[in-house]
Design a protein around this ligand. Structure first.
Ligand SMILES: [Zn+2]
Length: 66
């Protein structure tokens, strides 16, 4: 099946029997991210966790909501 990356609009072909394809059949196609985008986001998230800013920000916003 062909899927469109939600971030860069790139069309990719994935195996019909792959885990990703099965997951996408149960969810909107908009949730698909291509490999380069998901790698980039994973790296960004890991970098933020390493600096500690990510966790500090989350903790602060949860406190504010309560
Ligand atoms: Zn992409």
């Amino acid at each position: 099946m062909r899927v469109k990356c939600v971030i860069c609009d790139e069309i990719e072909a994935i195996e019909d029997e792959s885990v990703t394809a099965k997951r996408l059949r149960n969810r909107p196609i908009h949730t698909y991210m291509c490999k380069s985008c998901s790698t980039r986001i994973t790296e960004k998230t890991n970098a933020r966790i390493e600096t500690g800013n990510f966790r500090l920000y989350r903790t602060k916003s949860e406190k504010d909501e309560w």
